[in-house]
Design a protein around this ligand. Structure first.
Ligand SMILES: O=c1ccn([C@@H]2O[C@H](COP(=O)(O)OP(=O)(O)O[C@H]3O[C@H](CO)[C@@H](O)[C@H](O)[C@H]3O)[C@@H](O)[C@H]2O)c(=O)[nH]1
Ligand SMILES: [Mn+2]
Length: 657
């Protein structure tokens, strides 16, 4: 079980701690589990929080198992009403145990909070010595075995291991994909389990039986090739009502997410996924029959040279050979592989190897998840989707404008990077084993951001027509108007139907439509720009971590929760400019300032409706012009937008500006 975290500011350690606790407590024999936490932030605070959490886990895990608690992330469990929920034990003994646990969790929470305020531990001694003289992007590897299941007993706790891989400014670290590869190698040395679950630090296990569910799918297929990985689709907790930021993905999961299962299987989504270790090591479906014979004869490795791509660690290559032929060779204790673990976490280990190219999580895209999943499907593997009730994992969807835009921009960038790379799905279908329809499903995803450019121009069109008093739609009285009008109505009704059919509201539909247009104008266009800059060799793309908030119930009920927020980021400029252009158009028209035209060539109701429609889509920006604080578009952004809008109007309006 892998958990990745990268920044204690954007990803508060208490969130990571809850995810770790929920994983430690899943219903599965504990001696067969190990939880590895990768900290790309190299933060003593995260380490301290995990140390405290490990102590708390010794109380929490037995408590959850004894009373069969369903929600095993303490912050969620204790946030619910303190009255017992249905099906829970009502005995005095349980009540007392729960109260004690609540106090203990409160203590843990306070300790972590104090530590984050006071930058505790202030003196980096004892366990913390390793963190002295470290910088986030320049430090040696730190590996700490925090809990060890020494007795190999199912009733104890799983292993818990903290890893902060080595970083040096001049060595690329490949963001999350790099972190996952280090986790893969270290876990290969220490425990070498045939299956690997990975979650983002905010995705706690919401269904304690999830490992069993996933195993049913992984072990239940007739041929291994039918299930390379099991993906639990992403769902989120405490989402704002009616999905104001359009990122709760419910409709996407329902239709695309489950529809694609009928082809080659779901995309790998980066979190909530169970991988087979050997698939991550680059196995092909056909290898499944031959591997056993070719690698090992009389228990000795014969073809070690074929494993050169895995790097120079002998011990690690040995573990790979075992993994590939499906043997478990758990070392007796974790400590014996510690030295090798340091070796495989160094920032030079991957030089001249196939890591990120043929093996492990793939490099070259900020959406390493889609790229890695695509590489697996391209080899002809299938994947499966696991949707238990209650949902397997829940995370937090970004809230507010800036966080949503950061995430969308990263996705747009990463997906386009895949499209323009040689690993794109078209190549995979023509020359390898990607199914045609699966290829189309990937293309739908990968080309989305490209739409931003025609869409932006199209959104300018009605304003342009009004300013120049021309038209792009047939007039109201012409029969041809039926065509665009029908397309418009059918498209919107159909989308609305999709939302209503899964039990969402009209408001949720509208919010999603609106957010898609705003995202397209702002985040996606910047995504396209950053890929163009990368292709021209002018800049590299970066993985910007999205901010996670631990929402409390008071937040989610306040009126402002779900309001769109802004910051100084340039992503908001195109949206602001687009809105202002439309406002100028409406303004000039209502004052009669637009040029005269004959009855037949001037703009008519169609163009006005389109303009009003665009303004409605960008309503949060309109409000942002007048509101205060973080709900206001910063003046500099308004200025930049206004300059662009005026320039546009100046170009196209023949009236004397
Ligand atoms: O250098 C880095 C950057 C990020 N992360 C971790 O990667 C995860 C995902 O980052 P996040 O900012 O939460 O991204 P999201 O947009 O929420 O994530 C979705 O999209 C990403 C790809 O864009 C996938 O990697 C994620 O798994 C998927 O949940 C987090 O646990 C981070 O801690 C690292 O470990 N190292
Ligand atoms: Mn996330």
């Amino acid at each position: 079980m892998f958990v990745t975290t990268a920044d204690p500011q954007l990803e508060p350690p208490i969130i990571t701690v809850n995810t770790v606790l929920s994983l430690m407590a899943v219903d599965y024999p504990a001696h067969k589990l190990a939880c590895y936490v990768s900290d790309d932030g190299c933060s003593p605070l995260t380490f301290y929080s995990l140390m405290e959490a490990a102590k708390f886990a010794k109380l929490w895990v037995p408590f959850c198992k004894k009373y069969n608690i369903q929600l095993r992330a303490p912050f969620r469990y204790f946030a619910r009403n303190s009255t017992t929920s249905s099906g829970e034990d009502c005995s005095m003994e349980f009540q007392q145990a729960r109260d004690t646990m609540k106090d203990e969790y409160e203590k843990l929470r306070r300790k972590i909070e104090d530590a984050s305020l006071g930058s505790v531990p202030s003196n980096l001694s004892g366990e913390f010595v390793a963190f002295s003289n470290t910088e986030r992007k320049n430090h040696p590897t730190i590996i700490k075995i925090m809990l060890e299941n020494k007795g190999g007993s199912p009733d104890e706790l799983p292993h818990l291991i903290y890893i902060s891989r080595e970083k040096q400014p001049k060595h690329p670290h490949h963001y999350k994909a790099g972190a996952m590869n280090v986790l893969t190698r270290v876990s290969g040395l220490m425990t070498n389990a045939p299956l690997m679950l990975n979650v983002d630090c905010d995705m706690y296990a919401n269904n304690p039986q999830i490992v069993l569910h996933a195993l049913c799918l992984l072990l239940g297929t007739k041929y291994e090739r039918d299930c390379a990985f099991v993906q639990c689709l992403q769902y989120f907790y405490d989402g704002a009502k009616d999905d104001p930021f359009g990122n709760q993905l419910v409709v996407r999961n329902e239709y695309l997410g489950q529809g694609i299962v009928g082809i080659q299987g779901p995309y790998y989504e980066g979190t909530g996924c169970f991988h087979r270790r050997k698939v991550i090591y680059g196995s092909w479906p056909e290898d499944m029959k031959t591997e056993k014979k070719s690698l090992i004869s009389n228990g000795e490795l014969t073809k070690v040279e074929s494993l050169n791509g895995f790097g120079i660690s002998k011990q690690f290559i040995n573990s790979v050979a075992h993994a590939l032929q499906g043997n478990s060779d758990n070392p007796k204790d974790l400590w014996s592989s510690l030295e090798a673990a340091y070796q495989v976490s160094s920032c030079t280990y991957e030089y001249n190897t196939n890591w990120g190219k043929e093996i492990g999580w793939m490099y070259g895209s900020t959406t390493e998840d889609i790229l890695t999943g695509l590489a697996i499907h391209t080899k002809g593997w299938r994947s499966l989707c696991c949707l238990p009730n209650p949902p397997a994992f829940l995370g937090c969807a970004p809230s507010g404008g800036p966080a949503s835009m950061t995430q969308q921009k990263r996705w747009a960038t990463g997906l386009l990077e895949i499209l323009v790379s040689k690993r794109n799905p078209i190549y995979g279908t023509l020359f390898m084993h990607l199914h045609l329809r699966q290829c189309l499903a990937y293309l739908w995803l990968l080309t989305r951001a490209l739409r931003s450019i025609p869409e932006f121009l199209y959104a300018l069109l009605p304003a342009y027509c009004i300013m120049t008093n021309s038209h792009f739609l047939p007039k109201g009285q012409e029969p041809a108007i039926i065509i665009p009008a029908t397309i418009f109505v059918i498209y919107n009704l159909y989308c609305l139907y999709e939302y209503l059919a899964v039990g969402l509201s009209i408001r949720a539909w509208w919010n999603n439509q609106r957010m898609q247009r705003m995202t397209s104008a702002c985040a996606w266009s910047f995504g396209v720009l950053s890929v163009v800059l990368k292709l021209l060799g002018l800049s590299e793309t970066v993985f910007e971590v999205s901010k996670k908030d631990q929402s409390t119930s008071s937040d989610s009920t306040s009126a402002e929760f779900g309001s769109f927020t802004f910051d100084e980021s340039p992503v908001f400029v195109p949206g602001t400019a687009l809105l202002l252009v439309h406002l100028i158009a409406l303004f000039t028209m209502s004052l009669g300032l637009h040029p005269q035209a004959s009855e037949s060539s001037g703009s008519s109701l169609g163009e006005v409706i389109c303009t009003v429609w665009v303004v409605m889509y960008f309503w949060p920006f309109f409000r942002g012009l007048f509101r205060r604080g973080k709900y206001r578009i910063p003046s500099t952004t308004i200025m930049k937008g206004a300059i662009l809008a005026t320039f546009f109007a100046y170009l196209f309006t023949p009236i004397g500006w």
